[in-house]
Design a protein around this ligand. Structure first.
Ligand code: ZN
Length: 126
């Protein structure tokens, strides 16, 4: 994660290899974990995204922004793609009901990419 220097990035020693955790501005702490990689060549990566909400409001909408070290093509998610289908950053809208303090799982995000994919940034805003 050395190649990515913003925003406030913390990859704690206690976290498993490949888990990207960011505590940025705002009320969400987001983590993303590539839990399935293609066996051979270009293919599907399945990514679990989780958010911890800490604030005093409830909302029904969230936006996930996730960045990668190389271009990906969006395949599927539990949300609605809001930006470009291909690139190094994807923006996806979700409509979860969130409580002031809540843990939400955004389910699997599936992207297609070449071998060597890693997550360089993740954030959730509401
Ligand atoms: Zn919030």
């Amino acid at each position: 994660m050395k190649q990515y220097s913003k925003p406030v990035v913390s990859v704690d020693n206690g976290l498993a290899e490949g888990v990207y955790a960011a505590s940025g501005a705002g009320c969400y702490t987001a983590t993303a974990n590539i839990h399935q990689t293609p066996q051979i060549g270009r293919g599907d990566y399945r990514i679990q995204v989780n958010g911890q909400h800490h604030s005093d409001h409830t909302k029904e909408a969230q936006t996930l922004t996730i960045s990668f070290n190389q271009p990906v093509t969006y395949s599927s998610s539990q949300g609605t793609l809001a930006g470009a289908t291909t690139g190094t950053t994807l923006t996806i809208n979700y409509t979860y009901h969130q409580n002031p303090n809540d843990n939400i799982g955004l389910g699997d995000l599936v992207v297609v990419s070449d071998p060597g994919l890693s997550i360089t940034g993740v954030s959730i805003t509401d």
